[in-house]
Design a protein around this ligand. Sequence first.
Ligand code: ADP
Ligand code: MG
Length: 648
Amino acid sequence: MSKIRVLSDQIVNQIAAGEVVERPASVAKELLENSLDAGATRIVIEFEAGGRRLLKIADDGEGMNRDDAVLAFERHATSKIKTADDLAAIGTLGFRGEALASIASVARIDLMTNTEENAAGTRVIIEGGRMRDVKDAAHPRGTTITMRDLFFNVPARRKFLRSEATESFHLTNLVTHYALAHPEISFTLTNNGREVLRAPVANDLRERAYQLFGEEFLENLLEVDGGHPQVVRVQGYVSAPRDRRTSRDAQYLFVNGRFVRDRLISRALSEGYRAILPHGVYPAALLFLETSLEEVDVNVHPAKTEVRFRRNAAVADAVREAVRNALASAGHVRVEEAPAVQTEVKLPQAPASPPSERIAAAAPAQQERIAFAVSPATLNEAFRSPSLESAAAYALSPVSIPLEPVAFESAAVDSVANTAPPVEVQSTEAIPRPSPEMPPLNSAEKFVREVAVESLSAGIRPLGQLDDSFIIATDDDGLLLIDQHVAHERILFDKYRRLEATRSAESQNLLIPETFDLTPAQAAVFEALSPELESYGFDLMRLSGRTVAIKATPADLPASEARNMLAEVLDTVDAEKKGAARETVRDEIAASLACHAAIKVNMTLAPEKMRWLIDRLVLTSSPTTCPHGRPVILRLTTKDILKGFHRI
Ligand code: ADP
Ligand code: MG
């Protein structure tokens, strides 16, 4: 007897549901996308018990006739594409034709729909993939889908659902994203009968963001509008450098109106903040990328949250530069720094140039980009001492040699194309040659190490500061570099945890309470987290709607940082971590508090302050790593220094 059989539609749909339906929010995503594809102008969403008991989405889109309403639940049934060629340019959010079939296989669905007013509408009832009833029903133009009892027939999946608070958070977050992407559509969201979001039709993104997040949110944002003419337009908002987050959760990225999680974009975004935000700290962002449909492949993942760009590098460059320009126009970076990578973006113009040239051209520019907010003048100054100068000149010689043959090579190629001399001259001039005073930036890489706790002696002596950000110190083993921000962060983290654990948190009352507008998603977790926040010294009072008054803050936390810190905690501390791992939540709050209260980089420290920081640091639970896991101290040992100078 043969052992292989073709699975029934029922099982196939449930398998597909495994990929498409992870939680109530993923059902909401598919249903919302269908409403948007149907051209809705008004979308009303309701849910109960975190969406597992009920999730209902009503739209006023084009609706379906009776035949379509039944067909819609078949697997691979779609009105959005017809041929394989259509896959190359998908203009709708849906196209796979499997969402409704998958959802219907793991829940109870009641669909009501109508294509025009004054005609008989249709009602379809399906439970666990079985069609129960199809009949006439009155319904205005549009579609209302009610999903009940998610995973009622798949107990194993039901177990993976998180607490009501967590699922509500994800649902609210998702609806917020789509509301942001579509200011032209009115959205209403109700959780357990309570309205949590109402956004009437808005004129533009700014107005929509105001409806959802309040005025304060916008005040702190910088507008982004840029891109690359042939490839992508980049618009939206990013946060000012003072607004710091320890995760990427406040980054909302959209490609052609589709909410995506995209590493390429978020990395390019961070690069836009190079030298402004330290490693491990992320900006908040609302970025909308528009490309022509052929530039992006959306058929990458069943949940359609990932995309692939045809011209990856150009998209990354465009995002980085658009963000950089936004920061420059707000005065956070010098404007002339911005065009550094334009040469790369323009590369399509010169397709004849050999790849080796491109790499060589990019290398020196990249070296400069890695530099940590140090102006070339300061660096030159620092390297002008006689011993270093000769070392630098020596180290540089191997770098400059390869540049010559490359220039010849490109001249040869270009002369064939009949444009040789001018292009050649231009391109060599465009290459920023490293100035002879600077050694390659990686020259110390193999010597400088993170410090192990055991090797930390008590006799650390501060010598001064590098770039107002790092304390230069010595001990018996050599030279130490201490990141002043993370060092202070570690000290404060330990202090906050200790005070919290002994229930002796210190508060400072604010003369005038500050108000703080919660986003809908933050409001969903606020009640659960406020006792934890109060145990650290906050005094918070929920006012009407989504406004909270901050009456007192933990000691050491500057009042100006309180809002940032609260936003960060409410955005990132996952509600599901409460209960089971209360300690984890407490650690995360303490880490966030420490980060916001700690002295910053780019700040001059008096010698006594450096001394104080070091003395306190060595007494902490983990002097060599910060609460977010980054190194606090780097070491260059005397032995390595001697080796470097060929003395041993
Ligand atoms: P896809 O969106 O990938 O086409 P779905 O399973 O989500 O697949 O939906 C199947 C079809 O049902 C859609 O192609 C569309 O024609 C129809 N449909 C689904 N939801 C709606 C809606 N809210 N309004 C109108 N038509 C809808
Ligand atoms: Mg769909």
